[in-house]
Design a protein around this ligand. Structure first.
Ligand code: SIN
Length: 192
Protein backbone atom coordinates (compact mmCIF):
# COMPACT_ATOMS: atom_id res chain seq x y z
CA UNK A 1 0.00 0.00 0.00
CA UNK A 2 1.22 3.48 -0.81
CA UNK A 3 2.55 5.98 1.68
CA UNK A 4 0.12 8.72 2.69
CA UNK A 5 1.89 12.00 1.85
CA UNK A 6 -0.56 14.32 3.65
CA UNK A 7 1.63 14.90 6.72
CA UNK A 8 4.78 15.47 4.63
CA UNK A 9 3.00 18.09 2.49
CA UNK A 10 1.68 19.93 5.53
CA UNK A 11 5.26 20.47 6.70
CA UNK A 12 6.03 22.50 3.60
CA UNK A 13 6.42 26.15 4.49
CA UNK A 14 7.60 27.61 1.22
CA UNK A 15 4.54 29.79 0.78
CA UNK A 16 4.09 30.91 4.38
CA UNK A 17 3.52 34.65 4.49
CA UNK A 18 1.82 34.80 1.09
CA UNK A 19 -1.87 35.61 0.88
CA UNK A 20 -2.29 33.63 -2.32
CA UNK A 21 -0.24 31.22 -4.38
CA UNK A 22 -0.33 29.69 -7.83
CA UNK A 23 -1.11 26.00 -8.21
CA UNK A 24 -0.44 24.30 -11.56
CA UNK A 25 -2.69 21.38 -12.47
CA UNK A 26 -1.68 18.91 -15.18
CA UNK A 27 -3.97 15.92 -14.47
CA UNK A 28 -7.30 15.77 -12.70
CA UNK A 29 -6.63 19.26 -11.35
CA UNK A 30 -7.31 20.54 -14.87
CA UNK A 31 -10.79 19.09 -15.16
CA UNK A 32 -11.96 18.27 -11.64
CA UNK A 33 -11.98 21.64 -9.93
CA UNK A 34 -13.66 20.99 -6.59
CA UNK A 35 -11.77 23.75 -4.78
CA UNK A 36 -12.23 27.52 -4.70
CA UNK A 37 -9.84 29.72 -6.64
CA UNK A 38 -9.36 33.45 -7.18
CA UNK A 39 -8.25 33.27 -10.78
CA UNK A 40 -7.52 30.59 -13.37
CA UNK A 41 -5.12 30.86 -16.32
CA UNK A 42 -3.76 28.32 -18.80
CA UNK A 43 -0.05 27.89 -18.11
CA UNK A 44 2.89 25.65 -18.94
CA UNK A 45 6.02 24.36 -17.29
CA UNK A 46 9.35 23.54 -18.91
CA UNK A 47 11.32 20.32 -18.64
CA UNK A 48 8.44 18.05 -17.67
CA UNK A 49 6.28 15.53 -19.55
CA UNK A 50 2.89 14.23 -18.43
CA UNK A 51 2.80 10.43 -18.08
CA UNK A 52 0.27 7.90 -16.80
CA UNK A 53 2.92 6.32 -14.63
CA UNK A 54 1.42 6.83 -11.17
CA UNK A 55 -0.68 4.14 -9.52
CA UNK A 56 -4.05 5.08 -8.04
CA UNK A 57 -5.13 2.94 -5.10
CA UNK A 58 -7.55 5.44 -3.62
CA UNK A 59 -9.38 7.25 -6.44
CA UNK A 60 -9.32 5.35 -9.73
CA UNK A 61 -8.37 1.90 -8.52
CA UNK A 62 -8.00 -0.16 -5.36
CA UNK A 63 -5.00 -1.54 -3.45
CA UNK A 64 -5.61 -4.90 -5.16
CA UNK A 65 -6.16 -3.47 -8.63
CA UNK A 66 -4.62 0.00 -8.89
CA UNK A 67 -5.52 2.34 -11.69
CA UNK A 68 -3.13 4.66 -13.50
CA UNK A 69 -3.16 8.45 -13.25
CA UNK A 70 -0.93 11.27 -14.37
CA UNK A 71 2.37 12.39 -12.96
CA UNK A 72 5.25 14.36 -14.43
CA UNK A 73 8.63 13.07 -15.45
CA UNK A 74 11.66 15.18 -16.16
CA UNK A 75 12.46 15.54 -19.85
CA UNK A 76 14.86 18.23 -21.03
CA UNK A 77 13.24 20.45 -23.68
CA UNK A 78 9.70 19.20 -22.97
CA UNK A 79 6.81 21.54 -22.22
CA UNK A 80 3.78 20.46 -20.21
CA UNK A 81 0.62 22.53 -20.61
CA UNK A 82 -2.07 22.71 -17.95
CA UNK A 83 -4.11 25.10 -15.86
CA UNK A 84 -2.88 27.42 -13.12
CA UNK A 85 -5.11 28.50 -10.26
CA UNK A 86 -4.52 31.35 -7.86
CA UNK A 87 -5.56 29.95 -4.50
CA UNK A 88 -5.38 30.87 -0.84
CA UNK A 89 -3.30 28.79 1.57
CA UNK A 90 -6.33 27.12 3.23
CA UNK A 91 -7.20 25.44 -0.05
CA UNK A 92 -4.06 23.32 0.21
CA UNK A 93 -5.21 21.21 3.19
CA UNK A 94 -8.03 19.44 1.31
CA UNK A 95 -5.83 19.20 -1.78
CA UNK A 96 -3.13 17.45 0.27
CA UNK A 97 -5.74 14.85 1.19
CA UNK A 98 -6.95 14.50 -2.39
CA UNK A 99 -3.36 14.03 -3.64
CA UNK A 100 -2.19 11.87 -0.73
CA UNK A 101 -1.40 8.73 -2.71
CA UNK A 102 2.24 9.55 -3.35
CA UNK A 103 2.14 13.18 -4.52
CA UNK A 104 4.42 15.72 -2.88
CA UNK A 105 4.23 19.47 -3.29
CA UNK A 106 7.05 20.90 -5.36
CA UNK A 107 7.76 24.48 -6.44
CA UNK A 108 8.38 25.18 -10.13
CA UNK A 109 8.41 28.21 -12.43
CA UNK A 110 5.08 28.61 -14.27
CA UNK A 111 4.84 30.36 -17.61
CA UNK A 112 1.77 32.05 -19.04
CA UNK A 113 0.87 32.63 -22.68
CA UNK A 114 1.56 36.39 -22.41
CA UNK A 115 5.20 35.72 -21.45
CA UNK A 116 4.73 36.36 -17.72
CA UNK A 117 6.09 33.83 -15.28
CA UNK A 118 5.48 33.14 -11.58
CA UNK A 119 6.52 30.60 -9.01
CA UNK A 120 3.91 27.91 -8.50
CA UNK A 121 3.17 24.66 -6.81
CA UNK A 122 2.67 21.26 -8.41
CA UNK A 123 1.72 17.94 -6.87
CA UNK A 124 4.40 15.58 -8.14
CA UNK A 125 4.57 11.80 -7.77
CA UNK A 126 8.19 10.81 -8.28
CA UNK A 127 9.53 7.33 -8.88
CA UNK A 128 10.49 7.17 -5.20
CA UNK A 129 6.87 6.96 -4.04
CA UNK A 130 5.44 3.54 -3.26
CA UNK A 131 2.50 3.92 -5.67
CA UNK A 132 4.71 4.71 -8.69
CA UNK A 133 4.18 2.20 -11.51
CA UNK A 134 6.45 3.66 -14.17
CA UNK A 135 6.57 3.07 -17.87
CA UNK A 136 4.85 0.21 -19.71
CA UNK A 137 3.75 -0.39 -23.31
CA UNK A 138 0.89 1.98 -24.21
CA UNK A 139 -1.45 -0.96 -24.89
CA UNK A 140 -0.81 -2.34 -21.40
CA UNK A 141 -1.38 1.07 -19.79
CA UNK A 142 -4.64 1.50 -21.75
CA UNK A 143 -5.79 -2.00 -20.76
CA UNK A 144 -5.12 -1.30 -17.11
CA UNK A 145 -7.03 1.98 -17.32
CA UNK A 146 -9.92 0.25 -19.13
CA UNK A 147 -10.27 -2.28 -16.30
CA UNK A 148 -9.59 -0.16 -13.19
CA UNK A 149 -12.28 1.34 -11.04
CA UNK A 150 -12.06 3.06 -7.64
CA UNK A 151 -14.00 5.16 -5.16
CA UNK A 152 -13.88 8.21 -7.47
CA UNK A 153 -15.18 6.20 -10.44
CA UNK A 154 -13.83 4.42 -13.51
CA UNK A 155 -10.20 5.04 -14.38
CA UNK A 156 -11.24 5.54 -18.02
CA UNK A 157 -13.20 8.68 -17.05
CA UNK A 158 -10.01 10.25 -15.67
CA UNK A 159 -8.20 9.71 -18.96
CA UNK A 160 -11.11 10.77 -21.18
CA UNK A 161 -11.84 13.92 -19.16
CA UNK A 162 -8.17 14.86 -19.31
CA UNK A 163 -8.01 14.29 -23.09
CA UNK A 164 -11.13 16.41 -23.56
CA UNK A 165 -9.80 19.20 -21.33
CA UNK A 166 -6.50 19.26 -23.26
CA UNK A 167 -8.39 19.42 -26.55
CA UNK A 168 -10.38 22.37 -25.18
CA UNK A 169 -7.10 24.06 -24.30
CA UNK A 170 -5.82 23.26 -27.82
CA UNK A 171 -2.91 21.36 -26.32
CA UNK A 172 -1.34 18.45 -28.17
CA UNK A 173 -0.21 15.71 -25.81
CA UNK A 174 0.73 12.62 -27.84
CA UNK A 175 0.98 10.37 -24.74
CA UNK A 176 -2.52 11.24 -23.52
CA UNK A 177 -4.14 11.13 -26.96
CA UNK A 178 -2.48 7.83 -27.87
CA UNK A 179 -3.79 6.31 -24.63
CA UNK A 180 -7.29 7.70 -25.22
CA UNK A 181 -7.44 6.16 -28.68
CA UNK A 182 -6.12 2.81 -27.39
CA UNK A 183 -8.68 2.95 -24.61
CA UNK A 184 -11.42 3.26 -27.21
CA UNK A 185 -10.00 0.21 -29.01
CA UNK A 186 -9.65 -1.77 -25.75
CA UNK A 187 -13.28 -0.98 -24.94
CA UNK A 188 -14.55 -1.86 -28.44
CA UNK A 189 -12.72 -5.21 -28.50
CA UNK A 190 -14.80 -7.94 -26.80
CA UNK A 191 -12.84 -9.64 -23.99
CA UNK A 192 -12.72 -13.42 -23.85
C1 SIN B 1 -2.60 17.28 -11.07
O1 SIN B 1 -3.68 17.12 -11.62
O2 SIN B 1 -1.95 18.32 -11.26
C2 SIN B 1 -2.04 16.26 -10.14
C3 SIN B 1 -2.41 14.86 -10.43
C4 SIN B 1 -3.87 14.57 -10.35
O3 SIN B 1 -4.53 14.92 -9.35
O4 SIN B 1 -4.42 13.98 -11.30
Amino acid sequence: MALDTTALNRQMTHFDGHDAIWLFGYGSLIWKVDFPYIQRRPAHIHGWSRRFWQGSHDHRGTPEAPGRVATLVREPGAVCHGMAYRITQEVLAPLDVREKNGYLREVVPLHFADGESEEGLIYLATEENAAFLGDAPLDAIAEQIARAHGPSGPNRDYLLHLAEALRDLEVDDPHVFALASRLAQATDTPRR
